[in-house]
Design a protein around this ligand. Sequence first.
Ligand SMILES: NC(=O)c1ccc[n+]([C@@H]2O[C@H](COP(=O)([O-])OP(=O)(O)OC[C@H]3O[C@@H](n4cnc5c(N)ncnc54)[C@H](OP(=O)(O)O)[C@@H]3O)[C@@H](O)[C@H]2O)c1
Length: 329
Amino acid sequence: MKKTYRVAVVGATGMVGQTFIKVLEERNFPISKIVFFASKRSAGQEITFQGLPHIVRELTTTSFNEGFDFALFSAGGETSLNYAPYAAEQGATVIDNSSAWRMKSGYPLIVPEVNGQVLTSKDRIIANPNCSTIQSVVPLKVIHDLFHLKRVVYSTYQAVSGSGYKGVFDLERGKNNQDPQFYAKPIYENVLPHIDDFLESGYTKEEKKMIDETRKILGMNDLKVTATCVRVPVLNGHSVSINVECEKRIDLSLLREELKSIGIRVFEKNNYPTPKDVSGRDQIYVGRLRLDDSVTNGLNLWVVADNIRKGAATNAIEIAEYLIKEGLK
Ligand SMILES: NC(=O)c1ccc[n+]([C@@H]2O[C@H](COP(=O)([O-])OP(=O)(O)OC[C@H]3O[C@@H](n4cnc5c(N)ncnc54)[C@H](OP(=O)(O)O)[C@@H]3O)[C@@H](O)[C@H]2O)c1
C-alpha cells in the first residue's frame, strides 16, 4: 500500500501558503492528514482542500504535538525561527520558505535537481532558497557542469507577488492614484532597485541572499557573484538576466540540449520567455542565450519562472517528494 503523510501548512492564508495548497492537490501528494495554521488574525477561516472544508488554526508552540511528518512553513522569518524548532522536535521535517535558516550551518538549502544529494534522513529543518536564486541556480548548475563557472552577474526584474499580498496591494493602490503602504516608493509605472533592507555595504539583503545562497547551493564558497535586485510592476513571475564567465569555451548547442534534458524550456532564435508565459507554471524558462564577447568564455541568458511556484511552493514540495523518493522520510 502507498505510504501517506501527515502535513501541516504554516502560513496557509498567505500567497505562498495558498499555492502550497494548490500544488499539493495538483500533484496528488500522498496525504493522510492535513492541518492549516496561520496567525490569530486568520484563525477560524475556512480553507477547502480536495473538496473538503478545513478550519484554519492559530499557530502555537503546541500545534505540532499531535504529530506531523512534514511542516511546510511560509509565515516569515520570525515565525519560522520561533516555531520550526517545535515542529522538528515533534518529529516533523520542516521545509521553510523564509530566509531564517538558509545560511545557518548544518541546515541544508535545497533545490532538489541541483543539490538534493546533500539531504539525509536526519535533516529536520530544510531551507527553501530565495525565489530568484532557485530559478537561477538550476541553469547555472548545468553551465557549471559543462564549462566551469568563474563569475556570475545577476540583474533581476522581480514581480510584486514576491512581497506577498502587501506587494500586490501596493501595485493596486498605485493604479488608483494612492500612495504605497509597503514599498518605499510607488511601484505602479515605476521600477525600484530596492528589495528588502539596505546593508552597510550598499547592497540590499535580497542581493546578499542571491550571492550567499548561490555559493551554498552550488557548493562553491569562492565563486565570484554579484547582484542587482529590482522590483518591477509585474504582478507575478520573476525574470533574471544572468551574465557568466566560465573556465572553458562555451558550446551553445550543447548547452541548449543539456538545459532541455533537465526539463528547462529553452526559447531559441528571436523568441523569448516573459513573466506572463510562466505565471501559473512550474517549469523554468530560458531564452536570449548568447555568447558575451566582452570577456573570455562569457555568456548571457534570460531566466524566467513563477516565483510563487518554482520560486517557493513547488520547490518546497519537490523537496518533500525527493525525501520520499529517496527513502529519507
Ligand atoms: N511571495 C514569494 O514569491 C515568496 C517566495 C519565496 C519565499 N517567500 C517567503 O514565504 C513567506 C511567506 O510569504 P508570502 O508571500 O506568502 O506572504 P503573505 O502573503 O504575507 O503571507 C504570510 C502568511 O504568514 C502568516 N503569518 C504571519 N505571521 C504569523 C504568525 N505569527 N503565526 C502564524 N502565521 C503567521 C500569515 O497569516 P495571517 O493570514 O494570519 O496573517 C499568512 O498566512 C515569507 O517568509 C517570504 O519571504 C515568499
